[in-house]
Design a protein around this ligand. Structure first.
Ligand SMILES: [Fe+2]
Ligand SMILES: [Fe+2]
Length: 288
């Protein structure tokens, strides 16, 4: 198969993927308006009982750790903030579309999502360490959780080529995204960027999907969050938490630690915290 046939195949697949539910698109849209109130958001989410049920289930999970059960959505939005609930709704919808086990052929699905959870959790821990306000912590989590979604179409429709890319990466001890480029002529950041465009995702989540392997060319307002995702991704790969198909991640530029205000030692010391947080966050994968 010609290399550009691969790109065409991926594009066709992404275009034909079911879009995010209208409610979620609407949630994203109204939350872009800084004047949106908890009642506005409540009104939109309440239109979709399935989404509302999932959102309430997550809010009452160990991930948020509230003492008492929260049964009113508007109350939950007041407690967590509009931005947090927006990210929660988005995660739910994306995972709903992409966490189908049957499509996974080359990469192991459990391993892949554990890698994604770990990246989300560590990105959030970095944000917390930086003193990011509660409203924006889950943006780091969502960006980390979704950073590798471009691997889903590569893995699902070009499974044989993807297995070849993974073995090339192992054989030559290079990062998987470089092996993807050589095997398929497209890497998962590009494929992810097509998904982000198709689903009208923007802001830090889309930027993290697109640039987590090419920080040096990123120019935009979300540098810190993209860097946090890249550092968290590196951590997950190096510690072997989950499996992203990448055994030889590129070393992080020391300038990144400096800009993030974290040290390598700090990253080495968070191990036990990371596993507790992953257990709490795993509710996101079991929400169906
Ligand atoms: Fe990646
Ligand atoms: Fe990754």
């Amino acid at each position: 198969m010609q290399e550009n046939d691969y790109a065409r195949k991926i594009k066709t697949y992404i275009v034909s993927m079911p879009s995010l539910p209208t409610t979620v698109a609407k949630v994203m849209e109204i939350c872009n308006n800084p004047k949106t109130s908890p009642t506005d958001l409540d009104r939109v989410i309440s239109l979709d009982p399935v989404l509302m049920g999932k959102v309430l289930k997550l809010i009452n999970s160990a991930y948020y750790g509230f003492q008492n059960q929260v049964t009113s959505l508007v109350r939950a939005i007041i407690m967590l903030g509009v931005n947090t609930v927006k990210n929660l709704a988005l995660n739910t919808a994306v995972l709903d579309k992409l966490s189908d086990k049957s499509g996974f052929r080359a990469l192991n699905m459990e391993g892949f999502w554990r890698h994604s959870l770990c990246t989300g959790v560590v990105a959030k821990l970095i944000a917390r360490k930086r003193g990011v306000d509660a409203q924006h912590l889950d943006e780091y989590f969502a960006a980390g959780l979704l950073h590798d979604i471009g691997k889903v179409p590569l893995n699902n429709i070009l499974s044989n080529e993807y297995i070849r890319a993974m073995s090339l990466a192992d054989r030559e001890r290079i990062a998987l995204y470089l092996a993807e480029k050589r095997t398929i002529d497209m890497d998962h950041a590009e494929a992810g960027s097509m998904i982000a465009d198709a689903w009208h995702l923007d802001g830090p989540i889309a930027d993290s999907i697109k640039y987590h392997h090419s920080l040096d060319v990123y120019e935009g307002p979300n540098e810190i969050i993209v860097m946090a995702v890249a550092a968290a991704d590196y951590y997950a790969n190096r510690e072997g938490i989950g499996f992203s198909g990448c055994l030889y991640p590129e070393k992080l530029d020391p300038g990144i630690y400096e800009k993030l205000g974290i040290s390598k030692t700090w990253l080495e010391e968070i191990d036990s915290l990371v596993s507790t947080e992953i257990e709490k966050a795993s509710v996101f994968l079991n929400i169906k």
